[in-house]
Design a protein around this ligand. Structure first.
Ligand SMILES: *[C@@H]1O[C@H](CO)[C@@H](O)[C@H](O)[C@H]1NC(C)=O
Ligand SMILES: *[C@@H]1O[C@H](CO)[C@@H](O)[C@H](O)[C@H]1NC(C)=O
Ligand SMILES: *[C@@H]1O[C@H](CO)[C@@H](O)[C@H](O)[C@H]1NC(C)=O
Ligand SMILES: *[C@@H]1O[C@H](CO)[C@@H](O)[C@H](O)[C@H]1NC(C)=O
Ligand SMILES: *[C@@H]1O[C@H](CO)[C@@H](O)[C@H](O)[C@H]1NC(C)=O
Ligand SMILES: *[C@@H]1O[C@H](CO)[C@@H](O)[C@H](O)[C@H]1NC(C)=O
Ligand SMILES: *[C@@H]1O[C@H](CO)[C@@H](O)[C@H](O)[C@H]1NC(C)=O
Ligand SMILES: *[C@@H]1O[C@H](CO)[C@@H](O)[C@H](O)[C@H]1NC(C)=O
Length: 318
């Protein structure tokens, strides 16, 4: 019975004691952080015993070579710092894993610099409405020191209104570091961020810092108007309280500066009087005749449509 057991376990022991070479490094992948470093990683991430790695690089189209060292306690990645290599170039990577029992070498992988280049995110300079263009904002940015011009890049811009958590994304190209974001709501605060990628690269930059902008407001929308009539005073004048607010269903797309109220007796427009206010009500003292009253609101862009109302004469059947 015992020797049967030994017969089964022996080959296993044999295998562990004699062939404990490191695993062959596989799945090498590299990212070029422009002007920073070239970082390559590989797998498997765990080794059973301490393993040293030597990463061999050729660059300058194969004319130059250097190495980078790592070990299983630092992790299965290695960064080349200098010389910083820049596109256009082409390089190869070979990873050598060594432990006390021997050395195993990966396949050689081939890389075109453009395809693994990761840019720094753009820096947004301004997010502003353009006078006369409603529902639009113009975004301007600059690139982190780069040998690529904007025409070599693709951009993604994401935006949301301040109170929303839902980002909307747009992709675009831009030769002149300007983008007009259209189809927005008027008089609304938006948060914007951008990222970019070099033509042909797998790696997008991180997102830029966020920047806020407000779209241009609109001319005020119409008003709903109503009144409270009071009994005539001893001198015959009638207090009339007028109240108004933004028409029902109108979106909040404007900032209103003030209101203009005009009123006149029905049979004589020559007696028109005008007052202005910033509150949403006022009190008039009218005579006993029929009057017409109108209210408009205004802001820097113009006036709202006029809301009018007839005030019946004293004693008129209503
Ligand atoms: C390589 O550069 C990137 C981008 O700046 C940075 O995040 C990373 O930490 C750098 N790697 C090393 C090992 O310094
Ligand atoms: C390499 O990647 C492939 C596919 O993702 C995976 O099946 C394989 O296990 C990886 N190799 C190692 C050594 O991790
Ligand atoms: C692993 O590599 C790091 C960085 O090169 C080094 O500081 C450390 O001493 C190495 N560990 C061993 C056990 O050699
Ligand atoms: C956004 O939220 C703030 C406070 O959370 C609120 O004062 C503001 O009215 C909201 N704006 C819109 C457009 O809902
Ligand atoms: C982007 O790259 C592709 C192939 O890599 C090339 O055909 C195309 O002309 C490039 N576009 C620009 C705008 O550089
Ligand atoms: C931008 O992306 C599109 C499609 O993904 C591609 O056809 C175009 O060549 C890219 N242009 C640049 C300058 O990267
Ligand atoms: C307007 O009507 C009032 C009485 O309703 C009258 O006394 C007044 O003369 C009229 N004025 C004009 C200009 O018609
Ligand atoms: C209004 O004023 C004009 C000119 O000042 C005058 O000709 C006209 O008769 C006036 N109308 C009334 C109803 O008072």
């Amino acid at each position: 019975k015992m020797w049967m057991w030994a017969l089964w376990i022996l080959p296993l022991l044999y295998k562990f004691s004699l062939t404990a070479l490191p695993a062959k490094p596989e799945n090498t992948s590299c990212i070029l952080y422009y002007k920073k470093n070239l970082t390559c990683t590989w797998s498997p991430e765990k080794e059973t015993s301490y393993t040293k790695y030597v990463v061999k690089r050729t660059y300058s189209y194969g004319n130059k070579r250097d190495i980078c060292k790592a070990n299983s306690s630092t992790g299965t990645w290695c960064s080349f710092f200098s010389p910083t290599i820049t596109p256009p170039d082409y390089f190869t990577i070979e990873v050598e894993a060594q432990n006390k029992d021997g050395t195993v070498t990966s396949d050689i992988t081939h890389w075109t610099l453009n395809t693994i280049m990761k840019m720094e995110p753009p820096k947004i300079l301004s997010v502003k409405p353009i006078l006369g263009f409603k529902k639009m904002m113009q975004i301007k940015w600059e690139l982190y020191d780069s040998l690529f011009s904007s025409s070599n890049l693709n951009y993604t811009l994401r935006f949301r209104t301040v109170n929303s958590t839902h980002w909307v994304k747009v992709n675009f190209q831009s030769d002149d570091l300007v983008y007009n974001l259209k189809g927005l709501q008027a008089f609304t605060e938006y948060i914007v961020a951008m990222q970019c990628v070099v033509n042909g690269s797998y790696f997008w930059s991180d997102w830029s810092q966020e920047k806020m902008g407000i779209t241009e407001e609109e001319v005020p929308s119409g008003l709903d108007l109503w009144r409270v009539l009071r009994p005539a005073e001893v001198d015959g004048r009638r207090p009339v309280q007028l109240l108004w607010k933004k028409a029902r269903g109108a979106p909040v797309l404007e900032k209103t500066f003030g209101y203009i109220i005009s009123y006149f007796p029905e049979n004589n427009t020559n007696l028109t009087q005008t007052i202005s206010t910033t509150t949403q009500q006022c009190e008039l003292h009218l005579g006993g005749k029929t009057y017409w009253v109108s209210v408009t609101s205004y802001n820097s862009l113009g006036k709202s449509p006029v809301a009018t109302m007839r005030i019946p004469a004293v004693g008129e059947k209503q």
